[in-house]
Design a protein around this ligand. Structure first.
Ligand code: ZN
Length: 300
């Protein structure tokens, strides 16, 4: 009998849920607005139960969520959303709510780690041992797969909050991060672009000065990640990260900033296949949740 998995991609504005076992076999999908944890988790539970009536019991559930969150199964706060400005979600035990209804493996990780795993399983990171997935959208976050495993470390990486060089003459904008002001996310997220220029990034033409700053900040961040993680590839998703006019400029500027220090053909000669957009488009997250579930059953 074919195994089906439940997938949850938890985002700041909506939750995307699916039942299936791969990109070509999604049997059902649903979206729910990110209201309260109790309401959203009840809607998801109902959706999965309905699908189980048609397809039989789910084999496992993968849950890739906005953070911060606790992904350590040995921790007392495992399965909880950690303190967040999002009203009602701080310390909510979202995995516990699912556990009451489903006695199957439930894997909980960050949205970006989920997306990274989705790209490893079916997208642009197939066969790689060490790579990262960065989303540049409303917010900025990164997930990493290191030596064959998703990276968690102390809690989980927060790649959007790295500090970068900020030239106050070129860009006097103070940044929007409530914790750091002008960290990477504070300067380069969709929220920062909109606040700095008074309009959404989607409305700014490709020759707008906004993109000179954006390319510089993203390239600085990618340089830092390249120096620290030594990824074999960097995948950039998100509404800003997948703008067609941005990618070639980011590739070129990152290579300039690395400045020949890393003597790898991947960077010196093939930067266009080193920094890439996702192979799964905007489906990396929800398919990644399926991949998380699949791994828990296969124990790989
Ligand atoms: Zn920050």
């Amino acid at each position: 009998m074919e195994a089906y998995y439940g997938a949850i991609e938890g985002g700041g504005t909506k939750f995307v849920c699916a039942v299936g076992n791969g990109p070509n076999n999604i049997r059902a999908e649903a979206r729910f607005a990110t209201t309260t944890p109790e309401e959203v988790m009840a809607q998801i539970t109902d959706f999965f139960h309905q699908q189980e009536k048609k397809l039989g019991a789910l084999a496992a559930i993968g849950f890739a969520s906005f953070g911060p969150l606790d992904p350590d199964p040995a921790s007392p706060m495992y399965g909880h959303i950690l303190p967040t400005p999002k009203p009602g979600w701080t310390n909510s035990n979202v995995v516990g709510m699912l556990r009451k209804e489903f006695d199957i493996p439930i894997v909980f990780d960050t949205d970006v780690n989920g997306a990274a795993l989705g790209e490893w399983r079916w997208g642009k990171a197939q066969g790689l041992q060490t790579f990262m997935y960065l989303t540049v959208g409303t917010g900025i976050g990164g997930g990493a797969y290191v030596e064959g495993k998703l990276l968690h470390g102390l809690v989980h990486p927060e790649m959007g909050h790295i500090l970068i060089k900020h030239d106050m003459e070129k860009d006097p904008f103070e940044g929007v991060c409530p914790f750091h002001g002008d960290c990477f996310e504070g300067l380069a997220s969709g929220v920062a672009i909109e606040k700095r220029w008074g309009m959404r990034g989607a409305l700014l033409t490709p020759d707008h000065a906004a993109w000179d700053l954006e390319v510089e900040y993203i390239a600085q961040a990618l340089t830092t990640y390249t120096m620290t993680l030594s990824p074999q590839r960097i995948i950039i998703g998100g509404g800003v990260g997948t703008l067609a006019h941005l990618l070639p400029r980011v590739q070129q500027r990152t290579r300039e900033l690395i400045n020949g220090y890393i003597q790898s053909p991947a960077i010196l000669e093939n930067i266009e296949s080193y920094i890439v957009n996702p192979g799964l488009g905007n489906r990396s997250g929800v398919l990644g949740a399926i991949a998380l579930a699949e791994q828990s059953v296969q124990g790989s």
